[in-house]
Design a protein around this ligand. Structure first.
Ligand SMILES: *Cc1c(COP(=O)(O)O)cnc(C)c1O
Length: 355
């Protein structure tokens, strides 16, 4: 049976990425060798790494704009630490929009003063705070563009002279933004880019080497840039899946093309959440994420039936994050519109079944 995978991460990737990466595990570039047995310094893999870095900048419109890209290990969570280590001299400003944002802020406390400019924690992060002020003397402002757990997404970013650092783990390459307004963009691969095990970090060169702090090599962005993401053995297979996914996206027409599809998918589902009397959306309407839609059954007695119905329809991964419950439909780039149509139909069928 065809599966409709709404998992939040790891999550669905394009079918051709599954097929081509599986093929490369058996026989990479017709070399007679697997991609996971060759040297990461072999000509063929070095070319993959280089192309992936180039492609990432190209898709984001950042080519020749003073940015460097590295692919590192440790997940986005590792960057929560590497960022203050590399960029926090005195004081950093953080916008608290969820668990990930909060975790990022906690890691910074060891390196200097952290200012929480605003928080939606008391409302269980159901919206993005607005109208906050960023101290002009902060070394950077950190935000999370899409809050995977709560289904909120920043639709606008503050205008500020302070360098902006953004965790885009769960909406990278899904919508067009002026990416040159950001000084650092980072994203774990496993939400929209590739297999878990690698994180992309894009850094404006002018931000490097400003703190005067001694930084251990493995945590030092400048070192990873100098070594072209090969300071130590990179996550070879995960990088290759990113390479394949970014090529898929480019062939599709890039971010602008996928953004249109993402908007159609999100609108279809949110319209049904709003129309169907059995369901309630949990995120503030103006902040709703086009990637992760969170919703509840108004009457929990329908839970058993609904869960059975969506499972019977081949839907996977619809349960909400363990910290919030309810439901979460993650509609990343690779999720076909058809899968959203199947979910919407199940919601309509439930309405008929209980009436
Ligand atoms: C998933 C996620 C993370 C954590 O990523 P890891 O790779 O597990 O460390 C951080 N930030 C956001 C926005 C995420 O969605």
């Amino acid at each position: 049976m065809k599966k409709h995978n709404f998992s939040a991460g790891p999550c669905i990737l394009p079918q051709e990425v599954f097929e081509k990466s599986a093929q490369a595990v058996l026989n990479f570039n017709n070399s007679g060798l697997s991609i996971i047995e060759i040297s990461h310094r072999s000509k063929d893999f070095v070319a993959v790494m280089e192309d992936t870095r180039k492609l990432a900048l190209e898709l984001l419109g950042l080519t020749d704009k003073g940015y460097q890209v590295v692919f590192l290990q440790g997940g986005a969570s590792m960057e929560f630490l590497r960022i203050p280590y590399n960029f926090l001299k005195n004081k950093a400003a953080y916008l608290n929009t969820g668990t990930w944002a909060n975790n990022a802020m906690k890691e910074a406390k060891a390196f200097g003063e952290t200012i929480e400019v605003a928080s939606s924690k008391n409302e269980n992060y159901n919206h993005i705070p607005k109208g906050f002020e960023i101290p002009v003397d902060a070394d950077y402002f950190h935000c999370t563009s899409n809050n995977t757990i709560y289904g909120t997404q920043m639709k606008a970013f503050p205008e500020t002279k302070v360098p902006v650092i953004c965790d885009m783990s769960s909406d990278i390459f899904s919508r067009s933004l002026d990416f040159s307004k950001f000084d650092v963009i980072y994203a774990g691969a496993q939400k929209n880019m590739g297999a878990a095990g690698v994180t992309m970090v894009i850094i404006k060169e002018s931000l490097l080497n400003q703190t005067g702090r001694e930084i251990p090599n493995i945590l030092n962005y400048a070192k990873h840039i100098e070594k072209e993401s090969m300071y130590n053995t990179p996550s070879v297979f995960a990088v290759y899946t990113c390479y394949l996914t970014l090529n898929w996206l480019k062939n599709l027409g890039g971010i602008e093309a996928i953004e249109k599809v993402n908007e159609v998918k999100a609108e279809l589902l949110y319209n049904e959440i709003d129309r169907n009397p059995l369901f309630l959306g949990t995120a503030a309407t103006e902040d709703r994420s086009n990637m992760n839609a969170t919703f509840l059954l108004k009457d929990e007695t329908h839970k058993e039936l609904f869960d059975q119905m969506w499972k019977d329809a081949g839907i996977n991964g619809l349960s909400g994050h363990r910290s919030v419950g309810g439901y979460r439909a993650s509609m990343y780039n690779a999720l076909p519109l058809e899968s959203v149509e199947v979910l919407v139909n199940v919601m309509k069928e439930l309405e008929k079944a209980v009436n």
